[in-house]
Design a protein around this ligand. Structure first.
Ligand SMILES: *[C@@H]1O[C@H](CO)[C@@H](O)[C@H](O)[C@H]1NC(C)=O
Length: 532
């Protein structure tokens, strides 16, 4: 009936390029208008939110989230149980200002898991089983190079499912592809305008270093970092860039955590290759020191900080990563939310329970018995599931650590957390910006001067994980409202949305890719004849 369902007044509206103080009118879930002011009649039947001059940004798009996933990252394919499903994970996203998550659906090497379409259907059923508080999509993880399957199914994934990105691994025994297998999948991805996401760590270097560490008895969680020095990412990024240049397909490096990796990405970008990079909060807020945070360096509780690649050795790398955040080397900033519990036998404790050496004479156990076992053991880092939670803290950490600290502009904040993920993964301009016709996905912050800084406690978060790496950290702002397609789903500390508010989103091809430059297409240097 009325012109608008929702209006937001006194908004400092931020896009990836501009900041303007205005009012936003929302109708049927879409942004309808941006204006100086509304007349009383225009807004009489609308809900009115006064932003009080605070930043209003496009809702966060977290393009790297693991929910309800089989996470067989361990060398024996054991791994751990992903503790967040779509219910808890998406609620946590909403509470942290995120309105869209792109999660992973993963193929395995099991014979019955050859079909990518079956994988997607299975994961889609997992999402539908609970519903989601925020919009969601899938990246497909491909762990085999069955050409018949790729040729037949990739076009269907693109057209029917709107899946325009696949992820490939250079490490983890159960997932990694050889160079020629990588070329096979990259080639088919290129034919289908799919962006290839790469987990770039050299699996052989990790394996070799792990064996050496183990032979010296260096098996406590802290040594996980030593098994993955920055060179491991340095080598793998270089190699993947060379492979992608040969095939001439766009690639996105997920979770780049080293200055060396960032430098390699930058070099490729400088010669005009469609190479993109993602980084994550942990690389700006944690270092190797945090892997010794609990009690002693050999204490198993430090497994709470284990993720791959690990955080950088010290703060000097963080400074270089900040440069990359400011200067465009990093295209997107995602959480890599990968939730494992500490109080659950299939969470971090599998690093003790699955280690025959630690377990000599001990029994598989849970609850208090498990806690007492973990207090006595150091476990084996090789067997600890890799990953830390963070879907809810992603935007607040960037706000406190970079925006409020004066290290990035509000526009850069929006670019990294919303606009670029939307463009890179084919959601723009439906999402990722505030303009007429776009989905009314919004995050409204508190006015900086009225927000009382607080120290984070895990009990404030909505994920199904029993810790946060950022416990006790001071935050200077937090999303006040999260709005999904015109509906308030989070307001002043309360979840207001409902399961099934979130919808599956189909994506198009990447809108960042503009082909490769002439100099990098010289057929004497790359295989451009492949496509003639
Ligand atoms: C941009 O950032 C990258 C990655 O941190 C760095 O290697 C490069 O030197 C930076 N370039 C400029 C011009 O600052």
């Amino acid at each position: 009936m009325g012109m608008f369902d929702l209006v937001i007044v006194n908004a400092r509206v931020v896009s990836a390029s501009d900041i303007v103080t205005c009012c936003i009118g929302v109708k049927n879930g879409k942004i309808r208008t941006l204006v100086d002011s509304f007349g009383d009649e225009e807004i009489q039947s609308a809900r009115v939110i006064d932003a009080q001059g605070a930043y209003v940004m496009p809702g966060g798009i977290d393009a790297h989230v693991h929910l309800c996933q089989d996470l067989k990252t361990g060398p024996h394919g054991l791994g751990g149980a992903c503790s967040d499903n779509f219910e808890t994970g998406s609620k946590s996203a909403a509470a942290g200002g995120t309105t869209t998550v792109i999660t992973f659906a993963t193929q395995t090497r099991a014979e019955e898991d050859k079909s990518l379409l079956d994988v997607i259907k299975a994961y889609s059923a997992r999402a539908e089983a609970t519903g989601s508080y925020v919009d969601y999509g899938f990246h497909i993880i491909i762990v085999r190079n069955d050409k018949d399957v790729l040729q037949k199914e990739m076009p269907i994934l693109r057209k029917e499912w709107g899946i325009s990105s696949c992820k490939l691994f250079l490490t983890y025994e159960t997932q990694r592809l050889t160079d020629s297998q990588l070329l096979d999948v990259m080639y088919e991805a290129k034919q289908n305008s799919m962006t290839t996401m790469i987990h770039a760590e050299n699996g052989d270097m990790i394996q070799w270093l792990t064996d050496k560490l183990e032979s010296k008895g260096m098996v406590a969680p802290y040594y996980h970092a030593l098994s993955r020095p920055p060179l491991v990412e340095g080598e793998a990024t270089n190699r993947a860039i060379a492979l992608a240049q040969l095939i001439q397909n766009p690639i996105l490096f997920v979770h780049v955590g080293s200055a060396l990796g960032a430098k390699n990405v930058r070099r490729a970008q400088t010669i005009g290759l469609p190479v993109y990079a993602e980084t994550c909060p942990r690389y700006f807020h944690l270092t190797w020191e945090d892997l010794k945070r609990f009690h002693s360096p050999t204490c198993f509780e430090n497994s709470k900080m284990i993720c791959s690649p690990p955080p950088p050795p010290d703060t000097s790398d963080q400074e270089e990563l900040f440069v990359g955040l400011e200067n465009g080397t990093f295209t997107i900033y995602s959480s890599d939310h990968c939730p494992f519990r500490y109080d659950h036998p299939h969470g971090k404790p599998s690093g003790v329970l699955e280690d025959p050496k630690s377990m000599e004479g001990e029994q598989y156990c849970e609850g208090d018995e498990l806690r007492s076992l973990l207090a006595r053991k150091e476990g084996a880092f090789r067997l600890i599931p890799n990953g830390i939670p963070g879907v809810e803290t992603r935007l607040p950490l960037l706000y406190t650590g970079a925006l409020a600290a004066g290290r990035i502009t509000p526009q850069k904040f929006v670019e990294l957390t919303s606009t670029n993920p939307a463009k890179l993964y084919g959601l723009y301009p439906q999402k990722g910006t505030i303009m007429p016709g776009s989905d009314a996905d919004l995050v409204i912050w508190y006015p900086d001067d009225s927000f009382k800084p607080f120290n984070l406690a895990n009990s404030m978060l909505h994920h199904n994980v029993d810790y946060t790496p950022y416990e006790g950290m001071k935050f200077v702002n937090w999303p006040r409202y999260t709005i999904l397609r015109g509906k308030v789903i989070w307001m002043e500390g309360e979840v207001q949305g409902k399961l099934r508010d979130g919808q599956y989103v189909k994506r198009g091809p990447s809108q960042l890719v503009r082909g490769v430059s002439k100099t990098t297409q010289d057929p004497r240097r790359v295989a451009s004849w492949l496509y003639e």
